[in-house]
Unconditional design. Structure first.
Length: 141
């Protein structure tokens, strides 16, 4: 490896992306922290665990790591790299479902998310259409 390639390698290791961490855990099993010990501070255990928790074969291991969140980042990373089998894992980011009309109720009554959800259970369709009509600004849609 010549000097130019060596500098390029260090630049790539300085800015680890999430997909690089996930690929090293799921597919390549190449330990990125052993290659560059300074990259340990870039490892985000919470985000990695959240990404892996969408897979059925990973959820028990991720849950175990969540119970021992105080362990060093390298130890958590080594655990995942050595315990998970090589597999292509492409789970979508888990998001909370958006509740229809929640924003309108929050804005009309000045409620928080929780209070607005409770109010949505009580409100009738007629009341919701009335609230929506209060926020219509007119013009074409």
């Amino acid at each position: 490896m010549n000097y130019g390639q060596q500098i390029l390698t260090y630049k790539l290791l300085d800015n680890m992306e999430l997909k690089e961490w996930l690929n090293s855990i799921n597919r390549t099993k190449k330990n990125l922290i052993d290659e560059d010990p300074s990259s340990e501070k870039e490892y985000a255990p919470y985000i990695i665990n959240k990404c892996l928790s969408g897979e059925i074969d990973c959820i028990m291991f991720v849950n175990e790591l969540n119970q021992y969140h105080f362990l060093p980042k390298k130890m958590q990373y080594d655990f995942l790299i050595n315990i998970l089998r090589v597999k292509r894992r492409y789970s979508p980011w888990i998001r909370k479902d958006k509740i229809k009309d929640l924003d309108i109720v929050k804005r009309y009554y000045g409620y928080s998310n929780e209070k607005a959800q409770q109010a949505l259970r009580i409100l009738t369709k007629e009341q919701l259409t009335f609230i929506k009509s209060k926020f219509e600004t007119g013009g074409t849609k």
